[in-house]
Write a protein that binds this ligand. Structure first.
Ligand code: MLC
Ligand code: AMP
Length: 509
């Protein structure tokens, strides 16, 4: 029987010479392909020695490191389900994810072990390990006693590989379930579409708890047996320094904006580069054009989401369509059916704006333990409603013009207004609130909160922000907060967020 385990496909692409460097870190460490093979075998054996049930979730909130990547690969290898968590999440957020996913194993930083283990044990998790970014922690100590021989677990295409939590418009996070088949099909399509070559070298500068850094970047390099230059954190100076040793770079638009502010970014620094890829948030045409002028390279913009991995891409080859067109996200990828529909569910002609819907082997298996929510997000003929609004031109190029979901994308991270408004509305003296996204030169878009006090109460905006900081991940904190006497409403009584956005659109220049 064919093994559909994603790890088996990645492992099969390792170069024959396993002693070559697979990953080089920014602090001078070098890991060979043999190191990846051995360490993932040992961690997979550790996980399997715990006697976990099939489909057990391994929840991980740790700083970025090569060992953290190995833990992801070992989880695939052992046949369990990886559940990565943003390192910025605080206790209330972690409590929700652990309570909802009921992981059998939780891995956290040793500095957080006290509070994370308390939450995990309360939720019934039996195993809590630590893993730090200096190659220490109980996970590695335990794995060191395990065999470095391991037979990759046999998986079917539809078996789960990962759950990625993505917040909902109601504020409650949903776990998007991705299978081995979803992830492998997408990795193979991108391998061909972006012309990956064995001698490519990828600069990996993104976090590894989201689709972009964990799947698009990591799978891209591994399934080609290509080396990665591994940066623990995005640092524009360091990226410019490493560019001459690399051929591929991937980033959210904020990374490109910050790189453009580096005087050392020029054609010479990019002399060996083959491809710059951007996604996760809209890339401004100014950034696209300035990048072309400074480096001589045309950024390739693509579009995807947690539920679907990658959906569209501008062409790699110049002869496809008109080449890479700024302001568009390119064409539906091979195997992806993409259509634009009206609110009434009717197909729209070329150039008309409507809801983007997609179908394909990359589209997820549903939301974890939310069958009704899953059903709501699919059409009767099996298309997933992305919540993005766009149009397709006569050449097939897709442009995203907005979102029907109330979502702010800030520096590539999603912020759901409903969640933040919920926290503000629960504060003493608050009658109601609205969070809107406004343009920001660095993060693309940031949240601004507008709050109404209960009659007779005087609220302090700074205190509201401080209270939020103690409860929510840093990227969700509004960059400005205003206490006002009323919110604009339409005749139905609904808050008109478009007017608030208009009012505050120039706050950040
Ligand atoms: C940090 N801050 C942010 C923020 N990141 N605020 C809003 N949005 C963000 N993204 C906060 C910090 O806590 C700090 O607050 C202040 O803003 C300044 O932070 P900084 O030092 O400038 O931030 P930095 O640590 O450099 O991080 C910025 C960043 C990071 C752009 C490098 O946000 C990042 O790595 N973004 C990439 C996210 C990503 O990978 N997305 C892919 C999702 S997958 P204070 O109060 O402490 O001063 C997906 C699907 C797809 O969407 O299609 O790919
Ligand atoms: P996430 O749920 O974090 O994976 O975020 C997915 C969302 O990011 C998509 O639904 C889009 O709204 C947005 N997105 C991803 N890529 C792009 C892009 N190239 N341009 C505009 N929006 C994008």
């Amino acid at each position: 029987m064919k093994n559909h385990n994603l790890f088996a496909a990645l492992r099969a692409a390792f170069p024959a010479a396993l002693d070559q460097v697979a990953i080089e870190t920014d602090n001078g460490l070098r890991y060979s392909w043999a190191d990846l093979e051995r360490a993932t075998a040992m961690m997979a054996n550790l996980l399997q020695s715990l006697g976990l049930p099939a489909g057990a979730r391994i929840a991980v909130q740790v700083e970025k490191s090569v060992e953290a990547l190995m833990l992801y690969l070992a989880t695939l290898r052992a046949g369990y389900v990886f559940l990565p968590l943003n390192t910025a999440y605080l206790s209330a957020e972690i409590e929700y994810f652990i309570g909802n996913a009921e992981p059998a194993v939780v891995v956290c930083s040793s500095k957080n072990f006290g509070w994370v283990s308390k939450i995990a044990f309360k939720a019934g998790t039996q195993n809590v390990f630590t893993l730090d970014d200096d190659r220490s922690g109980s996970l590695l100590a335990r794995a060191a006693h395990c065999s470095d021989q391991h037979a990759v677990a046999l998986m079917q295409q539809d078996d789960l590989a990962a759950i990625l939590y993505t917040s909902g418009t109601t504020g409650r996070s949903k776990g998007a379930m991705l299978s081995h088949g979803n992830l492998l099909s997408n990795a193979l399509v991108l391998k061909a579409y972006w012309g990956w070559q064995k001698n490519d070298v990828l600069i990996h500068a993104l976090p590894i708890f989201h689709v972009h850094g964990l799947f698009v970047a990591v799978h891209g390099a591994l399934i080609n047996g290509s080396k990665m230059i591994w940066l623990a954190k995005f640092d524009p100076k360091l990226v410019v320094e490493k560019l001459p040793q690399a051929t591929v770079f991937m980033g959210v638009p904020t990374l490109y904006v910050r790189l453009l502010a580096e005087p050392g970014l020029d054609r010479d620094a990019c002399r060996n580069m083959r491809l710059f890829i951007a996604g996760s948030a809209p890339l401004l045409i100014e950034t696209f054009t300035e990048w072309q002028q400074r480096t001589g390279h045309t950024i390739l913009e693509r579009y995807g989401m947690s539920e679907t991995a990658m959906l569209t891409s501008n062409p790699y080859q110049g002869h496809q369509g008109d080449g890479r067109r700024g302001g568009t996200v390119g064409f539906a990828l091979p195997g992806v059916s993409l259509r634009v529909q009206s609110d009434a569910g009717l197909p729209l002609p070329v150039g008309e704006i409507g809801g983007i819907q997609v179908k394909g082997p990359n589209v997820f298996m549903g939301y974890w333990r939310m069958p009704e929510k899953t059903a709501e997000e699919f059409t009767a003929d099996g298309y997933f409603k992305t919540g993005d609004v766009g149009k397709i031109d006569e050449r097939g190029y897709i442009t995203i013009v907005g979102r029907s979901k109330d979502l702010i994308i800030s520096g590539g991270y999603n912020v759901y207004p409903a969640e933040i408004e919920g926290y503000i509305n629960d504060m003493d003296g608050v009658a109601e609130s609205a969070l809107v996204g406004v343009p920001h030169p660095d993060f693309g878009e940031v949240g601004v909160a507008v709050v109404i006090a209960k009659p007779g109460v005087t609220l302090d905006a700074a205190q509201i922000v401080a209270a939020l900081k103690s409860k929510l991940a840093n990227f969700k904190i509004p960059k400005q907060c205003f206490v006002v006497s009323e919110l604009p409403r339409n005749t139905m009584g609904k808050v008109q967020k478009n007017l608030l956005r208009e009012q505050h659109k120039s706050l950040f220049g």
